[in-house]
Design a protein around this ligand. Structure first.
Ligand code: SF4
Length: 239
């Protein structure tokens, strides 16, 4: 089976434990206006390769997977190429390689992958489905179901909340996130990622319009948001 890759490279402990070979897969089903990899959205881009070639590459790189490292699939959105992703994860586990994925959580098939994933990173961009749909094109119902399913399977997901002024960063937003996640606070951790504009130039380079304005979160807003989650018993981490 073929798989389309936007880019690949090593990083340390940012997308799962230890030193990892990270594959950014091509294609995304969302259209977040703050996306830092807008060139990954279209499925037609990137370079196509065989899953078996990717596995061979990962097996050869095994001595680099120190400190509990392994292979991470991110995107774009890796579940857009679901069958190829699943095949890759199954083969990596057969080769006893640690696996992680970073997903936007919107695939109804995500739980099929749990048994082949050692570390699960999921976005949880908004507690309000209509607001999420307004900004990205897809609501949060499946994301919430997948968070629940992951916690019930003891996958201890790391949830990433991109904190964006005017979208999800108010005190009320923080309280609503806490309310939705309250039953799972023992089984997940949360990382708050402040809005940045690292990908802004790429939008222009890809003839796409960057529409975000006044979205930076100041220190006070960030601290208030974090404090509410912490006071509700959530574990906040920084990778
Ligand atoms: S889900 Fe991620 S890759 Fe997809 S558009 Fe949003 S930020 Fe970009």
């Amino acid at each position: 089976m073929n798989i389309r890759i936007l880019q690949k490279g090593f990083n340390y402990s940012q997308d799962g434990p230890g030193n990892r070979l990270v594959y950014h897969l091509q294609g995304c089903n969302l259209h977040c206006p703050w996306c830092s990899n807008p060139e990954s959205m279209a499925l037609c881009g990137g370079i196509e390769t065989l899953v078996s070639d990717l596995i061979n590459e990962a097996v050869k790189a095994e001595m680099m997977f120190f400190d509990g490292g392994g292979v991470t699939f991110t995107g774009g959105e890796p579940t857009v190429q679901f069958d190829a992703l699943k095949e890759a994860l199954v083969l990596l586990k057969e080769n006893k390689i640690n696996t992680a994925i970073e997903t936007n959580g919107t695939s109804v098939r995500l739980p099929e992958l749990f048994e082949f994933i050692d570390f699960l990173i999921m976005d949880f961009k908004h507690h309000n489905s209509e607001k999420l749909k307004e900004f990205t094109g897809v609501g949060n119902e499946t994301v919430i179901k997948n968070i629940a399913a992951a916690c019930e399977k003891n996958k201890n997901p790391l949830l990433r909340i991109p904190l964006i002024h005017g979208f999800n960063s108010s005190v009320e937003d923080a309280e609503n996130f806490a309310e939705i996640l309250k039953n799972y606070k023992e089984k997940l951790s949360i990382e708050i990622l402040r809005y940045h504009e690292y990908g802004k130039d790429k939008w222009k380079q890809n003839n796409m319009e960057y529409t975000m304005e006044n979205a930076f979160v100041d220190d006070e807003e960030f601290e208030n948001f974090c404090d509410i989650l912490k006071s509700n018993g959530f574990t906040l981490i920084k990778t």
